[in-house]
Design a protein around this ligand. Sequence first.
Ligand code: GLN
Ligand code: ZN
Length: 784
Amino acid sequence: SSLFFSTANNRPSFLRFFIRSRAMASHIVGYPRMGPKRELKFALESFWDGKNNAGELQKVAADLRSSIWKQMADAGIKHIPSNTFSYYDQVLDATAMLGAVPPRYGWNGGEIDFDVYFSMARGNASVPAMEMTKWFDTNYHYIVPELGPDVKFSYASHKAVDEFKEAKALGVETVPVLIGPVSYLLLSKPVKGLEKSFSLLSLIDKILPIYKEVVTELKASGATWIQFDEPTLVMDLDSHQLQAFTHAYSELESTLAGLHVLIETYFADVPANAYKTLTSLKGVDGYGFDLVRGPQTLDLIKGGFPSGKYLFAGVVDGRNIWANDFASSLNTLQTLESIVGKDRIVVSTSCSLLHTAVDLVNETKLDKEIKSWLAFAAQKVVEVNALAKALSGHEDEGFFSANAVAQASRKSSPRVTNEAVQKAAAALKGCDHRRATDVSSRLVAQQKKLNLPILPTTTIGSFPQTLELRRIRREYKAKKISEEDYVKAIKEEINKVVKLQEELDIDVLVHGEPERNDMVEYFGEQLSGFAFTVNGWVQSYGSRCVKPPIIYGDVSRPKPMTVFWSSTAQSYTKRPMKGMLTGPVTILNWSFVRNDQPRSETCYQIALAIKDEVEDLEKAGITVIQIDEAALREGLPLRKSEQAFYLNWAVHSFRITNTGIQDTTQIHTHMCYSNFNDIIHSIIDMDADVITIENSRSDEKLLSVFREGVKYGAGIGPGVYDIHSPRIPSSEEIADRINKMLAVLESNILWVNPDCGLKTRKYAEVKPALSNMVAAAKLLRSQL
Ligand code: GLN
Ligand code: ZN
């Protein structure tokens, strides 16, 4: 069934090569599943739509897996992972393996099939999906296991073993990868009702028997290595949690006997106490470390590494798209080799390559010089092997010198450096930027000018993006329609959106963002220092992928970006029209960021560009400006000790954008999550005049912050309905929500708005929902 295998004993040429040349000590933690052109996405979506059958989906998946294994074998990688493929999510795969299906999905035992699997992932007609949350500090989202005292675990998905055998049948010996048992539990949540009382780790002895079954079967199938991903080891764990690792691996020790066992960590330094626990685990003889995000781990290794054990040195960055700096990596590797010994070091990636783009080969439109600075997953595999070869004394001189040339060109290229920007950004460091007047006085000045009713209504920015709109943008980009026709069409759309909002009697209007494809890309395309890919997709969740821009150089704004559209929109109405910008921290966190200067520096540069835009909008007569910081929380470092520093420069960057304006100009910001109880003081410190926040999907977690007594003086609009659902909320329901908010927040600071932008909704949903929202606000006004 495979394209490159005819029969088992008629081995194709790449394998003959693979077997003849001794594979160097190289390892890949994991690989993207989507395929170089998002083949899996399209196959999944066709299957969900009923256009494809299960067999067709499985065929696409099998072809992707075999081509990935082939590619790694071809490159000479020694430790090739299997079971890093997933139809949806690797944590959900572990849930399936353990048979931990929540009862509401009606599973009756046996091997878990697509029906049950995708119901957990996406919900079905009668049951909503399981909760999804961010995978550490990445933009990948995993399905959160729901565990309680009554879960009956059973070995219900043989996927890990099946994939191992599948690779083996193709002639590729792989390292099967499992989420480690302790991380699995630590990434879970207790079932409803037991949130505060249930100890997830108490389940360890119930899941270990399943792990033993899997390991036994893998051994019987011929596995020689096994990899347990235990990334929670990089978090701030207490001694009880660390003890769980010691316990779990002692329990597994006898089952693991005869296998090489790698515990893989990633995304940050392993703290000193966790390092001690990790390196004393029974039955384990390899440790994987992220040496890109965790530079201090190097010192721990220098301080002591158990003799005879393997070090998997993650020097090739799995989270970014930059080509490796070979000279510098080789240096690190040689230092490590002198500590752990020649046969005990394995060159690896910093984490799974899941978090980077797939293959640079498909970037036909990228500028040549910029392209020479990049490496996507396929190229990183080659890099890992080149480093392993070099370490063993077989340096590919041509490849290394080309790498040195590219590194040098990146350092000296005039397209990277803009002296004026560097200077301006450097001057910001160590300073504090704040508006001259405090927020309560500003709100008074703004109200004089805006004259808004109490409980003012607004929306978050985007209005439905119809197929027609997408077509117009696409054709304009492809130069199929003239600029004149394009501007005319967008103006008409804005006018329509303005008229609709006036009819609905909304107080502060938006232009609807019809000219924007994506809230970061739109700005990146107009700023210098950004590059864009055609196929640089990264999985976000399920079949969803994002295509982050690449920030390669100093950022500046050659000319105004939004002023034309915002002032056009304002000219259609007497009501205040919100200018709509994406904030510097969000632009940073949703891009591939340069690694040749601190992130904070890049963020300050973007802040200065947005500051210019804010001031130009004000000059053009826009009195309300929203600066979205949807992704501010996403950049929060995993370790508590690093969070204050991040929040400090991130919040500072936001403030920089709006310190040069008058008191009467009202700054809004918007955030897409409500779990910010822990960062509420930073949010207050952003000093925006009004903040709108997602609220309704989280059982109003947000309001508890204020219930607990946090003082908040600025305007605030917790979302009154969920825009992720097609459901139309009634005005009673919305009024009820607002009343709950009024119980904890003063009526004079409360705004009424949806959770987020309306871009993914249909007008048939948006019109009645907003109409009910305005009706609810009016009803409550009359009662206040
Ligand atoms: N202004 C943007 C919109 O409405 C905000 C999107 C977001 O927060 N993710 O679409
Ligand atoms: Zn949002």
